[in-house]
Design a protein. Structure first.
Length: 437
């Protein structure tokens, strides 16, 4: 207990400004001990160790109550504030045009609104099946609907500016999303012009269990209907981003081979669709990386046969060699097992100028690594809308020791006030990070 208390005190200390170059190569891999705001990392495909270089371990620190006075660590010049607590599994956060913060309390089956100076939660809609993704439609200042992605479907509620409770019951938009097995999170986002509804659906298993085999002719026929590299069998319609019209029509695969795209966001300016992706387990502590990437229509990202380009998964040795040169390499590689979930782009003007165009990604944290990693919010460093491959620790301090933690970040959203809002579902809190006055 003494070590936990010491750690809790340390997270409150001021942080020095950092101007070191990004950690690269072997140095870019590590655990929570090396985390602090300002530390940058650059992981490249050539840096990856061989599969099974280390043993895979099922280990996660114990979740403990937030120590008295404990706060996350943020860079110098920023202030972090607790704005909500006692929430039940707060996951995705989305900001309404009027500034209200919508939060998916997935464990409770409801969507809540954090509104007013004290951000007391108000129930917008409940009785939902693991609600996760939230999107306002049409995009812009006057949406008419709030869309919600449940585990097995997408619904929408009528909405007018300032609504904090649903005006009517849920209207079905997309039904029949695959919902058995692992990865129940379904995020959603609209294209900038509002013409496309994107839906992420994670895999049912770690590495394609239950798919069986197909001959070349059957594969070609399947891919004509479902996209290059589309999974089949028990994984049909999964490990993919789907796209539909706003009313749910014309549903199809948009991109395939994404094991679990738990976060979707559209970049302002470029209109690019981005995914934050949990990669597979069982190949060791430092392979393969999780990632955040632009998602291109018709692209294949490797799962389950390949990872990070043409690296073959040894558990599918020799399979789908025809896809080897067709795998799209992700834009930003993140320490393996960090479990990226939410992603949001900075579009305000209150943070320092070098934050312009950046994206924030919440790392939920490892359960399957020798020493814990993740459990923080990082900033993707972009230049003119283009990823540099570098990411930077922005919000840390949730881990107390190898054996204890108090926070697991999930959702991120930029508030109308120019602050960053972050949910964590270990102790059910929401935090605001703003520029110091």
């Amino acid at each position: 207990m003494k070590s936990r208390l010491v750690a809790a005190v340390l997270i409150l200390l001021p942080l020095p400004a950092l101007a070191d170059p990004p950690l690269a190569g072997v140095s870019a891999f590590g655990d929570w001990r090396a985390d602090r705001p300002g530390v940058q990392r650059l992981i490249r495909p050539a840096d990856l160790p061989q599969p099974f270089a280390t043993q895979s371990t099922a280990a996660q620190p114990e979740i403990v109550p937030r120590p008295q006075g404990a706060e996350p660590r943020v860079p110098d010049g920023f202030v972090v504030e607790l704005v909500a607590e006692g929430l039940e599994g707060p996951r995705v956060l989305r900001t309404a045009p009027n500034g209200d913060i919508f939060v998916a309390e997935s464990r409770a089956g409801r969507i809540s609104v954090l509104a007013g100076g004290r951000y007391a939660p108000v129930t917008f809609a409940d009785g939902l099946n693991r609600p996760y993704g939230i999107a306002f439609y049409p995009p812009g200042p006057k949406p008419e609907f709030v869309y919600v992605a449940e585990r097995n479907r997408v619904v929408r509620f009528p909405y007018a500016d300032g609504d904090r409770s649903a005006r009517a019951g849920a209207e079905l938009v997309v039904e029949g999303l695959p919902n058995r097995g692992s990865h129940w999170t379904r995020d959603i986002a609209f294209s900038a012009d509002g013409r496309q509804l994107f839906i992420s659906v994670g895999s049912a298993s770690n590495v394609g269990a239950g798919m069986g085999t197909k001959n070349a002719r059957a594969i070609a026929d399947w891919e004509r209907r479902h996209g290059r590299g589309a999974a089949w069998g028990e994984e049909a319609g999964r490990a993919a981003v789907l796209v539909a019209d706003p009313d749910g029509g014309n549903l199809r695969s948009f991109a395939t081979g994404l094991r679990n795209c738990s976060g979707l966001a559209v970049a302002p300016g470029t209109g690019d669709l981005w995914c934050a992706v949990n990669e597979r387990d069982g190949l060791g502590d430092d392979v393969p990386p999780d990632f955040a990437t632009r998602v291109v229509d018709g692209a294949f990202y490797g799962w389950p046969w390949f990872y990070i380009g043409a690296h073959p998964d040894p558990r599918h040795a020799g399979a789908r060699a025809d896809l080897k040169d067709a795998v799209t390499v992700p834009d930003v590689l993140i320490q393996p097992h960090s479990a990226p979930l939410g992603i949001a782009f900075y579009d305000g003007d209150t943070f320092p100028s070098d934050y312009a165009g950046s994206a924030f990604v919440a790392l939920h944290g490892s359960w399957n690594r020798g020493r814990p990693t993740g459990y923080k919010v990082v900033r993707l460093v972009l230049r003119d809308g283009n990823p540099t491959g570098v990411y930077e620790d922005f919000m840390t301090g949730f881990v107390l020791s190898d054996d204890a933690l108090w926070g697991r970040p999930v959702g991120v959203t930029m508030g109308k006030d120019g602050a960053l809002y972050v949910s964590e579902d270990a102790n059910g809190t929401v935090w605001r990070v703003r520029k110091a006055k």
